[in-house]
Design a binder for this molecule. Structure first.
Ligand code: KG4
Ligand code: ZN
Length: 365
């Protein structure tokens, strides 16, 4: 597949990561920049919305300038601007949307609002100079639809049935906490830096013990009906256990992290396996920040072998929030000509897009 200008300029500021990217319609990422705010929120032990919005305002414009400079792409080479406009922290979203609208007006380019969750789905089709996913040889060779998609992030845990870009059904979702949130809260209990997910992953990898089928795990997630999930129980169990003792050795913490991570991953795999067996989708994929988890990725490969299908997972760098995924999702809308004019309100703009009610309109099934 050849790299094909023009590009979309994509902007992502829905939560605590600022990111901008240039992506072409084949999902080729010409350039990607991202800035974390982890150290700013560290002190509070979680994301503070006002701090997040202010941090976006500080870095967004310089990042866009650097992106064009570093890639050598001219503004005349961009077809339009895609910006995440939902769901997320309203102040953070507004920083991205207002910036996108201003640039669209100045450059006379169209603008489109993209659902962040839809972006995570597109993350599986991204590639770049270093990463050429084996399943992507041409724009027409996307994995065969419908897709069974498990989205696991800091705010969402949802199993989708994707008929096409505009018909996306929720099969099941978490009834309380998201899986990423459960990781983060566990990290906080152990006094690890924010966000806890990658730290817990690292800690669990360090455990020198071996899984012993005779040994009972301290963590267990009860079976939820259908394709739903629940992670609040395990979080409460971890809190009781950890706060029940004043001191834990490093080795004990690693063991706890291993079993906690395993319980969450097992629960995700169980529902993915159930849906794969019952619905027989032509393609199965997992996405979202938690799909960066090393144990989860290993187990997904094993499950793929068992199901005799390859389960797609985004390249590691596209698992967590990034603007490249928003850019490709923007192109998918572009193909359907659902751009909106730059002077409309991009926060409302999605109402006119066919992908509008990605979250609310699609019935649970
Ligand atoms: O998709 P994402 O970047 O942001 C949201 O849209 O929420 O996901 C962030 C979540 C956080 O909860 C973070 O702790 C988790 O993904 N995460 C991980 C790992 N890397 C990120 N969880 C477990 N293991 C990881 N390696
Ligand atoms: Zn996300």
């Amino acid at each position: 597949m050849t790299e094909k200008p023009p590009y979309i300029l994509a902007i992502e500021t829905s939560c605590d990561d600022t990111s901008v990217a240039l992506v072409n319609s084949c999902g080729f990422v010409k350039g990607l920049k991202r800035a974390h705010q982890n150290n700013r929120h560290q002190y509070f032990g979680g994301i503070v919305p006002e701090v997040a919005s202010r941090a976006h305002t500080e870095v967004l414009i310089p990042m866009i300038e650097d992106l064009f400079l570093d890639t050598g792409v001219a503004t005349s080479d961009i077809e339009g601007i895609a910006v995440t406009n939902r769901p997320g922290l309203i102040g953070s979203l507004l920083v991205g949307v207002v910036t996108a609208k201003t640039l669209a007006l100045a450059w006379n380019k169209p603008i489109i609002g993209v659902n962040h969750l839809f972006g995570h789905i597109a993350a599986n089709m991204l590639w770049d100079e270093n990463i050429r996913p084996p399943h992507l040889f041409s724009q027409d060779s996307y994995p065969r639809l419908p897709w069974l998609v498990l989205l696991v992030s800091g705010g969402h845990t949802v199993l989708y049935w994707v008929e096409d870009c505009y018909q996306i059904f929720i099969l099941g979702q978490t009834r309380d906490d998201a899986a990423g949130e459960a990781f983060d809260k566990f990290g906080k209990l152990l006094g690890l830096p924010f966000p806890g997910g990658p730290q817990v992953d690292y800690l669990a990898r360090g455990w020198s013990g071996r899984l012993d089928s005779h040994k009972k795990s301290p963590f267990h997630i009860g079976e939820m009906p259908g394709y739903d999930f629940s992670f609040s129980g395990i979080k409460a169990a971890a809190e009781r256990l950890i706060k029940g003792r004043s001191w834990w050795s490093d080795e004990e913490k690693m063991e706890l992290a291993f079993y906690y991570q395993k319980a969450i991953v097992d629960s995700l795999l169980t529902k993915l396996k159930k849906a794969s067996n019952e619905l027989r989708p032509p393609s199965v994929m997992v996405t979202g920040g938690v799909s960066a988890n090393s144990y989860f990725r290993d187990e997904l490969n094993k499950l793929g072998g068992y199901l005799n299908t390859s389960i797609l997972i985004p390249p590691l760098c596209y698992t967590t929030d990034n603007a490249a995924m928003v850019g490709l999702a923007g192109w998918w809308h572009w193909d359907k000509r659902t751009w909106v004019s730059q002077d409309s309100d991009a926060v409302r703009a999605f109402a006119s897009s066919l992908a509008d009610d990605f979250l609310s309109k699609h019935q649970s099934g």
